[in-house]
Write a protein that binds this ligand. Structure first.
Ligand code: HEC
Length: 128
């Protein structure tokens, strides 16, 4: 009898933990918004990645430009952050590391962009 009780209690406990984890993940995905990503690009990238002389033809000064990529093609692949050239450059998995000749972005900012790509590069916050 006691053993059954413990089993039931354990099952309920692990189910509630799993539900809490799923909620955390869902929150993370909606948190990664284009607004925040574009702020990171404005501060760190658009000096070299905007208008005509943009490095490698890659402009990071508008949503459509980021999705369009540069002369070598796409730099963000929906749902595949670590296969995306932009993340490889930020992490130093692909050289030269970005931002070019400057301090790497803090891990929390790279993580935000990773989650934004993972979520399929949402442009606006989905309505509640
Ligand atoms: C000081 C100028 C400069 C800054 C600032 C800069 N970049 Fe770059 N970026 C370059 C240059 C130059 C290249 C081309 C290097 C190469 O691959 O030969 C490049 C290439 C890239 C590429 C590769 C494009 C492709 O098609 O292969 C990506 C992605 C990129 N940058 C993203 C960023 C991001 C994101 C930031 C901001 C966090 C940033 N860059 C900041 C100069 C800069």
């Amino acid at each position: 009898m006691t053993r059954i009780f413990i089993l039931v209690a354990l099952t309920i406990w692990t189910a509630s933990i799993r539900a809490a984890l799923a909620e955390d993940l869902a929150e993370d995905l909606t948190e990664a918004r284009w607004e925040e990503v574009s702020q990171i690009f404005s501060t760190n990238c658009i000096n070299c990645h905007s208008s005509h002389g943009a490095a490698k033809g890659l402009r990071l000064d508008s949503y459509d430009a980021v999705l369009a990529g540069g002369v070598d093609g796409l730099v963000v692949l929906a749902g595949d952050p670590f296969g995306s050239e932009l993340i490889k450059r930020l992490r130093g998995d692909s050289a030269p590391r970005m931002p070019f000749l400057a301090t790497p972005l803090p891990p929390s900012q790279i993580d935000l962009i990773v989650r934004w790509i993972e979520a399929g590069m949402p442009k606006a916050q989905p309505p509640d």
